[in-house]
Design a binder for this molecule. Structure first.
Ligand code: PLP
Length: 471
């Protein structure tokens, strides 16, 4: 391509991105393409000959924007949103533009230094000591996997068969998946019951540990949650830390969702004690507004990561020089790694931690505001009080011909089809439930009120049709 062609195409793409980021208000949140339609639209024939790049990019821009759920939309309240931010989008573009290799110091020295500096900031934010460290990975799932590999090496050495892992039944599925990936069997995974408020039941945990030890099991790792995905529940870190010490188990905290709260002056006390963990999963592509993919694992003692992952290879000998010049391939699974750190480092510097913490505080207040809206109607039941930005609830109507599980599923579907907002369902206390996670910095009270108003009208219409009363 000529310089002009390269620039013209590049500026056009920037125009698309800027337009996207500035026009959420008029955009529908969800556009889910059908398989039949997308199968027709996405070119089938193998591209043996190059096409006009501008036409290819135009086609792809339309295809993507017309068949997407905007997880970065201020009215996307499902799962955990990914609001992203423009500074990091540009930083990611810069990193890709230089094709930075962030696997070792030799390949990307500035990248390694920026990753190290950003990780140091995060350890300070988490209240970790000087000898702590960590690395950036693809997301929370990979951070959790990396943590349990470290736990396994540290506590079990080479015999994994008797090692048992403990976590609440509300723990994210990525942990069970990671345990399976690294070779733990179902019989070694202990899912501990939770209290009414979805926090791990500490007595139940200790009882299970005692029984296991009698059977000859070796406690390997105890996992706590700083903000469960379903309800934002936060486990008792003081108790988990005490128990981990007593049973000589590694203590990991999955703070993929709630770790962001560390930046909120008003709410950071809710995750106090997080620094007691041997490792912490953070997931900046959630509530620290990073574009995908951006997860992070912090460890209290960075030597534990190297002990778990470093493998000698003669063709990498030239990359080993000064101890200080960190080679991130020794700290995790990947050798070739993209320069993820740049986007978070850039965002922290351009936006500043104080302002980012303010956005997190606002997200938490948004969920609290929603509770007042649900309390105003007697057909809503709040199933879990707002906890660091997540509220779960369900419509509960007494009418012979209304099935409440089906009604809640319909409410979610109706809202999504309206295009105005999106919430998805989960299951809590044996019921189909709705949940909202309103953490986008541009979400307003009007967005929240209108979203609830759409759901209210639907339910009231259903009640009227059923000719019966709400409970
Ligand atoms: C608490 C928690 N842990 C882990 C994960 C997995 O993170 P990721 O999707 O970034 O792999 C999630 C995802 O929502 C989560 O909410």
């Amino acid at each position: 391509m000529t310089e002009k062609e390269m620039k013209d195409l590049g500026y056009k793409i920037i125009d698309h991105i800027v337009h996207h980021r500035l026009n959420f208000e008029t955009k529908e949140v969800s556009n889910i393409g059908s398989y039949a339609s997308l199968s027709e639209q996405v070119k089938k024939e193998m591209p043996m000959h190059g096409e006009n790049p501008e036409a290819v990019f135009d086609e792809l821009n339309s295809l993507i924007k017309n068949n997407i759920v905007h997880l970065d939309h201020p009215r996307f309240f499902s799962f955990i949103p990914g609001p992203s931010n423009y500074y990091s989008i540009l930083a990611d573009t810069l990193a890709t533009g230089y094709n930075v290799f962030a696997g070792h110091w030799l390949g990307g020295s500035a990248a390694a230094m920026i990753e190290t500096r950003t990780i140091t900031w995060l350890t300070q934010i988490a209240g970790y000591p000087k000898e702590s460290g960590g690395l950036f990975v693809s997301g929370g799932s990979m951070a959790n996997l990396t943590a349990i590999v470290a736990a396994r090496t540290n506590k079990l050495k080479d015999d994994y068969t008797k090692g048992t892992i403990y976590y609440s039944e509300q723990t994210h599925s990525s942990l069970s998946k990671a345990l399976r990936v690294i070779g733990f069997q179902e019989q070694n995974m202990r899912k501990i019951a939770t209290h009414e408020n979805f926090e791990i039941n500490i007595q139940e945990l200790e009882r299970t540990l005692d029984e296991d030890i009698k059977k000859g099991c070796i406690p390997c790792c105890i996992i706590g949650n700083a903000g469960t995905t379903n309800t934002g529940a936060i486990d008792d870190f003081d108790a988990l830390s005490r128990i981990s010490e007593k049973y000589n188990a590694w203590f990991h905290i999955d703070a993929a969702y709630g770790g962001a709260t560390l930046l909120s002056e008003a709410y950071k006390a809710q995750v106090k004690g997080i620094e007691k963990a041997d490792s912490i999963t953070l997931d900046p592509h959630k509530w620290w507004f990073q574009p995908y993919e951006m997860g992070c694992l912090l460890v209290k003692d960075k030597k534990t990561l190297k002990a778990s992952f470093a493998v000698q290879a003669e063709y990498l000998d030239d990359t080993i020089k000064d101890e200080k010049e960190i080679n991130y391939y020794d700290y995790g699974v990947q050798l070739s790694r993209s320069f993820r750190a740049l986007k978070l480092y850039t965002y922290f510097r351009c936006e500043g931690l104080t302002k980012i913490g303010g956005y997190v505080t606002q997200g938490i207040k948004n969920a609290e505001f929603l509770e007042t809206l649900f309390n105003a109607k007697d057909y809503w039941e709040v199933l879990s009080k707002p906890s660091i930005g997540i509220i779960s609830f369900r419509a509960k109507v007494t009418a012979a011909n209304i099935n409440n599980d089906a009604l809640n599923a319909e409410v979610s579907k109706h809202l999504s089809e309206s295009g105005y907002a999106m919430i998805t369902t989960t299951k809590l206390k044996g019921h189909l439930a709705l949940r909202m996670c309103p953490i986008h910095p541009e979400t307003t009270k009007e967005h929240l009120s209108k979203t609830v108003a759409i759901m209210n009208s639907y339910i009231e219409h259903k009640i009227k049709m059923a000719g019966n009363k709400a409970s």
